[in-house]
Design a protein around this ligand. Structure first.
Ligand code: SAH
Length: 349
């Protein structure tokens, strides 16, 4: 490793900005998150945040049943199961167990860029095949793709309204302080007409990276068959507002401070992703609330069965269910995509 590569990420970003000028928010976010995920396991009580599959095994199990049900009604094709950004691999382990009980034992492909998290995932799913991106996924069979809190980690662009129109937002650096500034003007034509008259200071976010992944997956579904289930905190865009946020130790932090040491995420624009998927040849379903997804897949029956088998943990199981259904139930939503000719996905129709 060269001396420059060994320097802490904030120093490297500061040097890059000093040499080449302020960088787009998307570039800053991509560099910060690549470093963040590469250098730690951020999940769990001792980490920075907790996700639904880490709260309860029921999440992975119900998602596994969703996949197995769709696969069965599609005629039991020779399909591959894919997860994007599997974190600790918990969802994959729980989904695999549930799918196997339903007679579905597909090969598992994991799309993960973090070497640290890949190691955790490989220990729990030793036969998984790893990929850096969706382009390397198998091309010869239908794909059943799951992504929980993956799209919100992908870099966003921000546009900021000034007196003279809209500008790309850049990250500048003063001494060791990073701060957002207005950069190059963007043509009025790229601004959705409904947002064009926004007040000075207004922000529009877009995620070309998320759109590219959805478009790529939808094209695969159209060519190979299969389905996608993406769960995230999101909105019906395009819309005004800044959702870029930083989390550390379960508290919010300044997204422009200490890049690489905090988790950066942004809410997902479901409308734009669904439209991109449809344009690439897939059918989009929802988004529906997480509580409707898990409720429709039978979380209440599953809670009762689990509590019946583990009476000592019944209270805990009920509390986990409440957290998924009440606390997170409407904030988080699920978007499904299906290949042309594939049946309607459970809980969405
Ligand atoms: N799905 C897991 C983890 C969510 S955290 C859960 O719900 O618990 C985001 C995950 O996406 C991490 O595994 C992170 O390493 C991965 N990730 C982030 N950006 C990525 C990228 N560009 N390509 C592939 N994986 C990425």
């Amino acid at each position: 490793m060269s001396e420059v590569e060994a320097a802490p990420l904030p120093d490297r970003l500061a040097r890059a900005i000093t040499l080449a000028g302020p960088m787009p928010v998307s570039q800053f976010m991509a560099a910060a998150n690549a470093h963040y995920y590469a250098t730690r396991d951020p999940l769990g009580a001792a980490g920075d945040f907790v996700t639904a599959p880490e709260i309860s095994q029921m999440v992975g199990e119900l998602i596994g049943l969703w996949c197995a049900d769709l696969w069965g009604r599609a005629g039991r094709p020779d399909a591959a199961w894919v997860e994007l950004g599997p974190g600790r691999g918990t969802l994959a382990v729980d989904a695999r167990r549930a799918m196997a009980r339903a007679g579905f034992a597909p090969p598992i492909h994991l799309v993960e860029t973090s070497p640290t998290l890949r190691q955790v995932q490989a220990e729990r799913i030793p036969d998984a095949t790893f990929h850096d991106g969706i382009d390397a996924l198998p091309t010869d069979r239908p794909l059943l793709v799951v992504a929980n809190e993956f799209f919100d980690a992908l870099p966003i662009r921000q546009l900021v309204r000034r007196g003279d129109g809209w500008h790309e937002r850049l990250v500048a650096c003063q001494d060791t302080l990073f701060l957002p500034i207005a950069g190059r003007p963007v043509p009025d034509a790229v601004i959705p007409p409904s947002l064009a008259g926004a007040e000075i200071g207004a922000i529009i976010e877009t995620s070309p990276a998320a759109v590219a992944v959805i478009r790529g997956l939808a094209a695969r579904l159209a060519a190979q068959g299969g389905a996608v289930l993406a769960i995230d905190y999101g909105y019906d865009g395009p819309a005004l507002g800044e959702t870029l946020q930083a989390v550390r130790g379960h508290c919010f932090a300044n997204p422009f401070e200490e890049p690489g040491s905090v988790d950066l995420s942004a809410h997902v624009d479901f409308t734009t992703l669904a439209a991109a998927a449809q344009a690439a040849g897939a059918t989009a379903w929802g988004p529906i609330a997480q509580r409707d997804l898990l409720g429709g897949l039978g979380i209440d029956a599953r809670t009762a069965a689990l509590a019946g088998r583990h009476p000592d943990r019944a209270e805990r199981i009920a509390a986990d269910r409440r957290r998924l259904m009440d606390d997170m139930g409407t904030l988080f939503r699920a978007l499904a995509l299906t290949a042309p000719g594939w049946p309607a996905p459970a809980a969405f129709a």
